[in-house]
Design a protein around this ligand. Structure first.
Ligand SMILES: Nc1ncnc2c1ncn2[C@@H]1O[C@H](COP(=O)(O)OP(=O)(O)OP(=O)(O)O)[C@@H](O)[C@H]1O
Ligand SMILES: [Mg+2]
Length: 310
């Protein structure tokens, strides 16, 4: 294990972003495990509005409550409706009024009619989790909150909502709270982001675009780009000829082995090419994670990744 805590895990809040399917949930959990191993009390938040809840969260039956996954590692799945209810409960001290609100379904209508409100209350809940002085009763204190952010197919609008709301609501509590959220999201001392990428053409393009948007449009810091799922390079550079020869062998068994090796070597070459492109296209430092040869990424596999994050 590369002991020594990666600098970005010293922050208070970390958003793990990236295109759909690149490994955001896997990386978020792996980083959570690593931070916890380094002694930071960490919670990984899944944003439930994202289409598919990750397998690891399923296994641990994580819902809108803080669930302990391992020593110093917690998880929560943030459902916007629950986040909204909690927010109202914290805001409205008069019980009768809260009951009235919940019963009248005013809420559901209000939320449905206000684009971005779900995202705003979700970020509000993330903010609440990151407070040392938690608003919810008996709230645990975390050193680090890691957010498994929605796939960027939906754009970076999720991270933009605080600013949007701060502008729409010119005055009042929504304005000041949205401003507070925006200040937190864009404070490089407290908050960072990780962009996950894959060694393939489209994800590499998307990563470069995303970094640009996070920095220029939102004003966030990109602490790391993580090139995920790199194949191991098993063959020395001068083995190409030998592999070609084996793949053309008359002996069927030798040929099968040679072809497997050839396909592996080609894959590595294609990945290397994309990795080189990525290096030219992004400004943030790049870390890599290996492809894990397992039927599925469970907590155990995520731990393997956790240990090699640089
Ligand atoms: N380093 C890796 N090695 C092997 N498999 C991986 C690795 N990282 C991710 N995977 C696999 O790739 C798939 C997608 O990963 P994951 O669910 O983490 O992506 P995601 O970005 O969160 O996806 P979504 O956008 O759908 O939320 C999963 O099946 C996961 O197990
Ligand atoms: Mg995911």
């Amino acid at each position: 294990m590369n002991w020594g805590i990666p600098d970005f895990l010293q922050k208070k809040l970390l958003f793990v972003t990236g295109k759909g399917g690149v490994g955001k949930s896997t990386v978020a959990i792996a980083l959570g495990i690593r931070a916890a191993l380094e002694g930071r009390r960490t919670i990984v938040c899944e944003v439930a509005s994202s289409e598919n809840a990750s397998r690891i969260f399923h296994q641990a039956a994580v819902g809108f409550k803080e669930v302990e996954l391992a020593n110093d590692l917690w998880a929560i799945s943030i459902d916007p409706e629950d986040a909204m209810k909690e927010y109202v409960l914290l805001q409205l001290k008069v019980r009768a009024m809260r009951d009235l609100l919940f019963r009248s379904r005013v809420f559901t209508y209000f939320a449905a009619a206000t684009p971005g409100l779900n995202e705003l209350v979700t970020i509000g809940k993330i903010w609440e989790l990151a407070q040392l002085d938690r608003k919810v009763k008996h709230g645990r204190k975390y050193d680090l909150v890691i957010v498994d952010a929605p796939a960027t197919g939906h754009g970076i609008s999720f991270l933009q909502t605080p600013r949007t709301f701060a502008r729409i609501a010119r005055v009042g509590p929504v304005h000041s709270q949205a401003e507070q959220l925006e200040a937190m999201v864009t404070d490089p001392a407290q908050t960072g982001s990780i962009v996950v990428s894959l060694p393939e053409e489209m994800p590499v393009n998307e990563t470069a675009r995303l970094e640009h948007e996070l920095v220029d449009d939102i004003g966030m810091t990109v602490d790391r780009v993580i090139m995920n799922a790199l194949y191991p390079d098993r063959f020395p550079a001068d083995a190409t000829r030998a592999i070609d020869r084996l793949a053309a062998s008359d002996d069927p068994e030798v040929r099968a082995g040679g072809r497997a090796a050839l396909s592996q070597a080609r894959r590595v070459a294609a990945q290397t090419e994309q990795f080189e492109r990525l290096k030219k296209m992004v400004s943030a430092p790049i870390s890599t994670l290996p492809f894990v040869f397992r039927p599925e990424i469970d907590l155990h596999a995520a731990r393997q990744l956790a240990e090699v994050v640089e």
